[in-house]
Structure formats: C-alpha cells, structure tokens
Design a protein around this ligand. Structure first.
Ligand code: OAD
Length: 256
C-alpha cells in the first residue's frame, strides 16, 4: 500500500508497469470528477450529503424510474440539479492523464459510472458509460434524441418536439438495468483481458465495477487503486494510493 511518504517509489513502479502495458483498464467513479468541482454522490463533497432530498425522500428514490413515471416533474427537478452540478465543468488532471496514456501501442479503456462526459472531453476514445450520459436527451416514446450542453432551455417536464412524449436524459435511473450497448462493448474488451487495471475515485458499490478487479486479481494482473478512502476492493489492490486522482496520476506518469 502506498501512503504519501512511499508514493514516489510506488508511482515509479506503477509507471514502469504502465510503460510496458498494451491494454489498460480504468474503472472510474465520481471521485475522478471531484477535482473538476463536481460533487461526489457520497462523502465529504456529496451532492446529497445525508442521502435525503428536500422533498423528504432519499435521492435514490427521487432519481428512480418509479418516481420518473409517477411524478416526472419531481424526478426532473433532481436531474436538473445534477445537470447544474456538471454545467461548464472541464476535465481535470486525472481525465487528461488517462487520455494522454493512449498511444498507438497502448489501448486505454475507461469504464465509468460518471455521466458528465469529461473523459471524452479530455480525449479518451474508448469510454464505456455504464450509467449513461446526462447531456444526451431521449424521447420515452419515439426515436428523438438530442445532445444538450445545458438544460437551460428545458421546461420543468420537457416534451418531445416530434411526438409530445416525455423526454428523459439517457442515464440509468435507480431501478433500471445498465445500457446493454455499453455493457456488451465493455464485456467484449474484458474477454480479451487487460495488462493493468486501475480503480479510481469510486466507492466500488456495484458488482460490475468490482468484478473486473476481482477477475484481474485472480489472473495475477496488477490492480492499482487511487482513492483517499478505502473501499471493498482495497484489499485486492497491489498498489493503493490514498491520494486525490489528479496528482497521483501525474506522479505515476512522471515515473514512466
Ligand atoms: P461515490 O460518490 O459513491 O464515491 C466517490 C468516491 O471517490 C469515494 O470513494 C471517495 O473517497 C472518492 N474520492 C473523492 N475525492 C476523490 C479524489 N479527488 N480522487 C480520487 N477519489 C476521490 O461515487 P461512485 O463510486 O462513482 O449511480 O458512485 C457510483 C454511483 O453512485 C453513481 O454513478 C450513482 C450513485 O448511486 C447511479 O446513478 C445509478
């Protein structure tokens, strides 16, 4: 495990592994965007600090498919708050480092739970958006789809300009399954294996972000965790940096 005092040496070791790696996986969560000033879901900078909304329901309920269907105005209120939290935010050193690692000889895959699109904006090309994308808006009734930079122009319950059906963001609401396309594409890459697996800025609460780490550990593939707090996968990590993602990845890249 790397703490601050041993970080330079360990960063060098991970840098050397990265230099040789041909297929690298980054599993990312809200902590990667924390340095872009986007609040995480849980913890010190959480968007819903005590897990409750001002409407007296847990945020998981406000952002659920059941609430969206029964009371779209309420669900949209919290979706709009999420959008406010990502509006005008730009990639930070962590997003930029992951994108910079892509070279003709090294493929870098990013499986993210983030819905803010910052990995793509930093230049990452192979991004699996496991929880979707808040900027993509879809009609619940027809094939209408649009990419919006902000929600400023939307009414409280926006309707489709083609068929008047309700619009919704292309994100996974609580109670829904993951988008099949992202999951299938990610599974295809998983079946080809990776040389190095990073878990960065995630509480690792969902099996689909824990499973790739467990597989890597079983296969003897090095696992690196970057997270100021320990998580359910910390024990499996060969290298653990209890540090913010941006400075850690910068340090690792300097060691390459
Ligand atoms: P969380 O908010 O649960 O966790 C953020 C993690 O980032 C925590 O473990 C923090 O310790 C860590 N962290 C904070 N600042 C960091 C920094 N600067 N560098 C590195 N790590 C840092 O977010 P996720 O694990 O992404 O799901 O949560 C996943 C999902 O929770 C979200 O996608 C959402 C929610 O339920 C859905 O909406 C379906």
């Amino acid at each position: 495990m790397a703490n601050r005092s041993s970080m330079d040496g360990t960063a060098g070791e991970v840098g050397r592994l990265l230099k040789r790696a041909r297929r690298v996986l980054f599993i990312t969560g809200a902590g990667v965007s924390a340095e872009s000033h986007i609040p995480t879901f849980r913890g010190a900078t959480a968007a819903f600090a005590d897990g409750m909304t001002e409407d007296g329901m847990p945020f998981e309920e406000a952002l659920s498919i059941d609430t969206f269907q029964a009371n779209p105005k309420l669900a949209w209120k919290y979706l709009a708050l999420l959008e406010m939290s990502i509006r005008s935010k730009t990639p930070n050193a962590a997003h930029i480092a992951m994108a910079a690692l892509q070279t003709p000889g090294r493929s870098v895959f990013v499986a993210t739970q983030n819905i803010d699109e910052l990995h793509q904006r930093a230049g990452s090309r192979m991004v699996y958006e496991l929880h979707g994308n808040l900027r993509r808006i879809l009609c619940t009734q027809c094939n209408y789809a649009v990419h919006l930079e902000t929600y400023e122009s939307l009414t409280p319950v926006p309707q489709c300009p083609q068929c008047q059906g309700w619009l919704r963001p292309d994100v996974v609401l609580y109670g829904e399954t993951l988008p099949a396309s992202a999951q299938e594409a990610f599974q295809k890459e998983q079946s080809q294996g990776f040389d190095l697996v990073f878990s960065v800025g995630t509480t690792s609460l969902f099996f689909y972000v824990v499973d790739p780490v467990m597989r890597a550990a079983r296969q003897g593939i090095p696992v690196v965790e970057i997270n100021p707090d320990s998580t359910p996968i910390s024990e499996l990590a060969n290298f653990r940096f209890a540090q913010p993602a941006g400075e850690t990845l910068d340090g690792i890249m300097k060691g390459m």
